[in-house]
Design a protein around this ligand. Structure first.
Ligand code: 9MR
Length: 352
């Protein structure tokens, strides 16, 4: 069920109870539900929407036929990121020959269930076909990259809320510089800017994000490198609208500075999003801290977890997600819902 519709009915019924109480039993307002209760929804997506945010998940097209999986997806989530289906090795396995079938399946599902989409990802050194990584001529690679961006964005035009235009372009460790990749090595530092300019031309209505991991701790060289790039882009008018913090965390959850990092990036004039959240062992406290960091940042527009059940996760051995492999809600689910402003108690009252 669409969580927004569900919420709409609940709000309507709360309001009508309040109205009835006012007309029929004046002075008996204390018997009516508390007003703030009307703002408490019973699902992640509906509760995030109360503050203008979304709550999303990565989806694998091959799992949509699993009714436990799609049941949770459509009840809880109002944003979808294809886990692999929009990556280069699926969409353009050989030069100029595009395959959008698996991604189209996910986009159709989202459209049918009132969910929005994040597009992931256009330019990435990984899951890149060999024919791209073996290009050595700059003019060839530039035209191949721009054609890939333009063709993929055109195909999905109007159906993608935000694109991860460039993914994971910065190096791990202390350099704060771009990582080595065919794009970096053949096109030089300017490839990221070129990708964003091409993306803006292809679909001016989509938000354009830079997405990376290990950029959550403010003092890390990698975080600082990405921050300097975004500051430079904003100062020179290079089109960038958002930064995605993947947030693949260990057992301790986010670093203490995570909220500082989010708000410092937001202060540059971009939206920030948590784009691939999972936390080893899914401690409720670690999920609470992560969700709170977003809720406390006005321009943190939403949170996406990287999969639905533990068994769906790329790191399933860590049990890092909000739903157990049998589909039941884990303690981390209640923690996340509560941190969004909902209550598990409200969930019990509305879903029986
Ligand atoms: O979850 C994805 C997994 O199914 C793929 O095998 C893997 C291949 O690299 O990519 C995983 O998703 C990655 C995402 O696209 C980018 N950030 C890191 C994610 C986890 O590896």
């Amino acid at each position: 069920m669409n969580p927004l519709k569900r919420l709409g009915r609940r709000r309507a019924s709360v309001l009508s109870v309040l109205a009835l109480a006012a007309v029929v039993t004046p002075g008996a307002a204390s018997a009516a539900p508390d007003a703030p209760d009307a703002l408490r929804a019973s699902t992640l997506g509906a509760q995030a929407a109360q503050s203008g945010r979304y709550f999303g998940t990565a989806v694998a097209a091959g799992r949509l036929g699993d009714s436990t999986y799609s049941g949770i997806l459509d009840r809880e989530f109002n944003m979808i990121t294809p886990e692999n289906e929009m990556k280069w090795d699926t969409t353009e396995r050989s030069r100029g020959s595009f395959n959008f079938g698996p991604a189209d399946q996910i986009v159709s599902h989202a459209a049918a269930h009132g969910q929005r989409m994040r597009g992931h990802t256009l330019v990435w050194h990984s899951q890149l076909p060999g024919w791209v990584s073996s290009i050595t001529d700059a003019n060839t690679l530039r035209s191949v990259m721009n054609n890939h961006i333009t063709t993929e964005m055109n195909h999905f035009k109007g159906r993608i809320y935000a694109w991860d235009v460039v993914n994971e372009a910065f190096a791990d460790g202390g350099s704060g510089q771009h990582r080595s990749s065919v794009f970096q090595n053949v096109l030089g530092n300017g490839f990221i800017e070129e990708a964003f300019r091409t993306a803006r031309n292809a679909d001016p209505a989509a938000k354009l994000c830079y997405n990376d991991y290990n950029i959550e701790n403010w003092s890390d060289a990698k975080t600082q490198g990405v921050y300097r790039m975004v500051r430079d882009f904003k100062s020179r008018g290079v089109p960038i609208d958002c930064v995605g913090f993947q947030s693949h965390f260990g057992t301790g959850g986010p670093p203490a500075s995570f909220q500082t990092t989010l708000s410092n990036f937001a202060a540059l004039g971009v939206d920030v999003q948590i784009t691939e959240l999972d936390i080893a062992q899914a401690s409720p406290t670690a999920y609470t801290n992560t969700v709170r960091a977003c809720m406390n940042t006005a321009r943190c527009t939403g949170i996406t977890v990287w999969g639905i059940r533990d068994s769906d996760s790329w790191r399933s051995g860590d049990n890092p997600l909000l739903f157990a492999s049998n589909g039941s809600k884990k303690p981390a689910y209640n923690a996340a819902l509560t941190a969004l402003g909902g209550t598990p108690a409200a969930a019990a009252r509305t879903s029986g």
